[in-house]
Ligand binder design. Structure first.
Ligand code: FES
Length: 688
C-alpha cells in the first residue's frame, strides 16, 4: 500500500495489480493490491469503519456504498463493478437482516479496480441533533471503547489453558489485542459467559494511552452500547445520551444544579465549604445524585437500561469539576487558585458511584486554569479557534465568563467574574429566560415608548394579537438578552448617558422616567406587574460587562492585537443575545457584526465530541498544554481596562463597525482620559 500522505491529487494512475481506493468523506486514498477487502484498505488509511464481528458478516456495521462516475480530480473512474461479486456472506446477511441494494459489507467486498467508497452517514458519522439548532454538529466517530466478537476454543484436557486465557488468545489472534488488561470483576464471570455463548462472546475493550483493557463481556453477538456526556454548570446540568454504535444522540435532558441551595454562585459554594468543614461531601453528593437522576431520565426516555452505558464524559468549570470528583474546592477560592488536578482523567465510572455498567469508564476533560475549566476546554474543542486563520474570540457567558482568544498560531485564555447579572440575578426585574420574560426591547427615541417581545409569544407588543397571546403567559420580568437590549436602547435614546446615569431630565419628556429616591428609573412595562430599570440595575450590568470586556482586552494585550475578527458567544445566553446590542453596551469589543454568532452549548458539544471520538481527547489534551493562561486578578492593567469598560460602549475604544450600523450618541466632552491599548488617544467615532 502507498503511504496515504504521499497520495495526492496528482496521482492519476494505478500501478499494475493495484487499485486506487479513495474514501469519502475523509478524502483519504491509497493503492492496494487487487483482492484487498475494502475494510482492510480503510484500516490501513486510518479511516474508521466499525466492525464488531471481525468480518464474519454478522454485525453489518461495516456497510459502505460505491460512488459511481468520473472523479477527474482524483483520476478515478469509479464503478460498483470495481468490487468483486456479491459474496455468500453478504447474501446471508441480506437474507437475515437488511442490506440495501446499493450497500456492500466492506469486510467481504474486495477491490478489483479504482474505486471511490462512500461511508454512509449512518455508519461513519451522525448528524448530532440536540435541542438547539446552533448545536447541530457532525462528529466523526472513533470511540475509546470498541466491541469485538470472538470465537474461543473449547477447553481441552491436553492443553489446560484457562477459559480467560483462551479468550485472551482469541482476542489477540483475531483482533491483534496484545497485552490486554482485565478488570478483576470479570474473573468470576468469564466461565459462565463463555458457556452461555457456546464459546462465542463479544468483548468490550477500552483503549487509552496505548493500554487496552477488557471492560465488558457478553455471551454471543452483542452490538449495542451507550455513552453519556455531561456539562455540569453552576446553574444547570445538561446530559446527552448517545448510541455509541451510530453516534446518534438519542436523548437529552437537563436539570437545575441542586448545589444552588448551598450558594447561588461559585464563590458562595466555595465559602460554604470553607465555613462548614466536610461541606464538600454534601455538595458532591447533591451533584452526583442529580447526575444519577438525569441518567435515569434519559435512559427511560430512550427505553434503554442504564447498565448498557459503557462510557461517560464530564465537563464543568473548576469548582464544579472538583466538587463532582469529591475534591475540596477551597484552594480555588483565592490566589494562586491552585487546581488539585488539571489534566484529563480517565478511570472506572464505578469510582463515582454512577450505577452504570460495572466496567463503564469516565473521561474528564482537562481544566485550562484555576478559573478556566474543563467546560471551556470542551467549548474550545467544539469551536476550534485554534484552527482559525483569524483571531477568534470564544466567550462563554455565565456567572464567570470564560474567555478564549486565538488562532492557529497562538491561543490565550482567562476568566472574568461577571457575576449572575446576565442570568437575571441582581436585576430588580430580572428573571431567567422562561415564558413571560421580556427578551427583546425597542425604545422610540422621540416618544421614549417601548415595544417588547416576550419569551413564549411570537408577536411584538404592538402587533395585533399580542394582548390575547400575552394573557396566557403574562409579562413577568426581563431575561439576560432583554436586559442587554433595554440598556442598549436606553443608551441610544439618551435615557442613560455613557457613564450609565439614568437621565432625570428625561422625566419632562416621558412619564416613564420617574424619580426613585435619589436616582431615576425607567418604566419598561406597565401591566399586572410594573417592570422598571433602576439605576442599580444599570450599575450591575455595567460591572458585569466591564469585567468581561476587561478580560478580553487583557487577552488582546497578550497577543498584541487591536481587533478581533470573529466572535463566538457560547452558552444559552450567547445563543439569544443580539450581537449588535452586545457590542453596543460594550460587552465585547467592536467587530464586524456578521462575524459574531451564538454557538449554543459549545461545552456540551465538546463533551459529546470527546465521548464519540478518542482523537478529540488527545486533541484537547495537547491543545490545553499549549494555551497560555492569564489570571485577570493579577494583571495590573485589568483595573484600567475595567474602568474604561464601565462606560457605554467604552471610554476609550473605537467602535467603527458598530458605528456603521447604529447612530451612537455624542460622547461627553473630555470624557476620555486614558490611552487605549494601541497607545493612541481614543478616536471619535466616524458617524456618531
Ligand atoms: S465486520 Fe461485521 S459484517 Fe462486516
Amino acid at each position: 500500500m502507498s503511504d496515504p500522505a504521499s497520495s495526492d491529487a496528482n496521482h492519476t494512475t494505478s500501478i499494475a495489480d493495484d487499485a486506487l481506493v479513495l474514501f469519502m468523506p475523509s478524502g483519504r486514498r491509497g493503492n492496494f493490491p487487487v483482492g484487498t477487502p475494502v475494510l482492510d484498505a480503510a484500516r490501513s488509511l486510518g479511516v474508521y469503519i466499525e466492525s464488531v464481528c471481525g468480518g464474519r458478516g454478522i454485525c453489518g456495521r461495516c456497510q459502505v456504498t460505491v460512488a459511481e462516475g468520473q472523479f477527474a480530480k482524483h483520476g478515478i473512474t469509479s464503478s460498483a463493478d470495481h468490487l468483486a461479486a456479491f459474496t455468500d456472506t453478504e447474501a446471508r446477511y441480506r437474507s437475515k437482516r437488511s442490506l440495501a441494494d446499493d450497500r456492500r459489507l466492506s469486510c467481504s467486498a474486495k477491490v478489483t479496480g479504482d474505486i471511490v467508497i462512500d461511508i454512509p452517514q449512518d455508519v461513519q458519522m451522525q448528524r448530532q441533533v440536540v435541542r438547539k439548532r446552533a448545536e447541530y454538529k457532525r462528529i466523526d466517530r472513533d470511540p475509546a471503547i470498541r466491541l469485538h466478537f470472538v470465537q474461543v476454543e473449547e477447553p481441552d484436557m491436553e492443553q489446560p489453558l484457562g477459559d480467560l486465557d483462551r479468550l485472551l488468545t482469541a482476542l489477540k489472534t483475531e483482533w491483534h489485542l496484545e497485552h490486554l488488561q482485565i478488570e478483576t470483576w470479570l474473573y468470576p464471570k468469564v466461565q459462565s459467559i463463555l458457556r452461555k455463548g457456546k464459546w462465542e462472546v463479544t468483548a468490550a475493550v477500552h483503549t487509552a494511552d496505548g493500554i487496552s483493557t477488557l471492560i465488558g463481556l457478553w455471551p454471543g453477538f452483542h452490538d449495542k452500547f451507550y455513552g453519556v456526556a455531561f456539562d455540569i454548570g453552576s446553574t444547570t446540568i445538561a446530559c446527552h445520551l448517545s448510541d455509541m454504535m451510530s453516534g446518534r444522540t438519542i436523548a437529552s435532558s437537563g436539570t437545575s444544579n441542586p448545589q444552588i441551595r448551598f450558594g447561588e454562585d461559585l464563590m458562595s459554594r466555595v465559602s460554604f465549604v470553607m465555613m462548614n468543614p466536610g461541606g464538600e461531601e454534601q455538595l458532591t453528593k447533591s451533584v452526583r445524585d442529580a447526575i444519577r437522576s438525569l441518567i435515569e431520565k434519559v435512559c427511560s426516555e430512550a427505553g434503554i437500561d442504564r447498565h448498557a452505558i459503557l462510557d461517560s464524559v464530564f465537563v464543568g468549570n473548576p469548582v464544579m469539576h472538583h466538587l463532582f470528583l469529591g475534591i475540596d474546592p477551597t484552594e480555588l477560592g483565592g490566589a494562586p487558585f491552585a487546581l488539585a488536578v488539571s489534566g484529563a482523567l480517565d478511570f472506572p465510572a464505578r469510582d463515582l458511584e454512577l450505577d452504570l455498567h460495572p466496567g463503564a469508564r469516565t473521561y474528564i476533560l482537562p481544566c485550562i486554569a484555576g478559573h478556566v475549566g474543563a467546560d471551556a476546554a470542551a467549548a474550545t474543542l467544539a469551536e476550534a479557534p485554534h484552527k482559525e486563520e483569524e483571531y477568534t474570540l470564544l466567550v462563554d457567558v455565565g456567572t464567570n465568563a470564560e474567555i478564549v482568544l486565538g488562532n492557529k498560531d497562538r491561543i490565550v485564555a482567562a476568566s472574568s467574574p461577571t457575576g449572575p447579572a446576565f442570568e437575571g440575578a441582581e436585576i430588580s426585574c430580572g428573571q431567567r429566560a422562561a415564558p413571560g420574560a421580556i427578551e427583546r426591547v425597542r425604545i422610540d427615541p422621540e416618544t421614549l415608548e417601548t415595544r417588547i417581545k416576550v419569551v413564549g409569544v411570537d408577536e411584538w407588543s404592538d402587533d395585533p394579537g399580542f394582548a390575547e397571546q400575552i394573557e396566557a403567559v403574562g409579562v413577568t420580568g426581563v431575561c439576560g438578552s432583554g436586559i442587554i437590549e433595554v440598556l442598549g436602547e436606553m443608551f441610544l435614546a439618551g435615557l442613560i448617558d455613557e457613564d450609565g446615569v439614568v437621565q432625570g431630565a428625561m422625566a419632562e419628556k416621558s412619564d416613564r422616567v420617574i424619580a426613585d429616591g435619589r436616582t431615576f428609573s425607567y418604566i419598561l412595562w406597565r401591566g399586572a406587574v410594573e417592570l422598571k430599570i433602576t439605576q442599580t440595575d444599570v450599575r450591575s450590568i455595567q460591572l458585569a460587562k466591564a469585567a468581561l470586556y476587561a478580560g478580553v482586552k487583557l487577552l488582546m494585550d497578550k497577543l498584541e492585537i487591536s481587533e478581533i475578527r470573529k466572535v463566538k458567544l457560547a452558552g444559552a445566553f450567547g445563543s439569544y443575545i443580539d450581537p449588535k446590542y452586545a457590542i453596543l453596551i460594550g460587552l465585547i469589543p467592536d467587530c464586524d457584526l456578521s462575524k459574531v454568532s451564538g454557538v449554543g452549548n459549545a461545552a456540551g458539544t465538546g463533551a459529546r465530541m470527546a465521548l464519540l471520538n478518542r482523537v478529540h481527547r488527545t486533541e484537547i489534551e495537547t491543545l490545553v498544554r499549549r494555551i497560555e493562561k492569564i489570571e485577570t486578578a493579577l494583571e495590573p492593567k485589568f483595573q484600567e481596562h475595567f474602568v474604561n469598560a464601565m462606560a457605554f460602549p467604552n471610554k476609550v475604544d473605537a467602535f467603527p463597525n458598530l458605528s456603521e450600523k447604529v447612530r451612537l450618541p455624542e460622547r461627553k466632552q473630555g470624557s476620555s482620559g486614558s490611552e487605549n491599548s494601541s497607545g493612541g488617544r481614543r478616536r471619535r467615532r466616524s458617524r456618531s
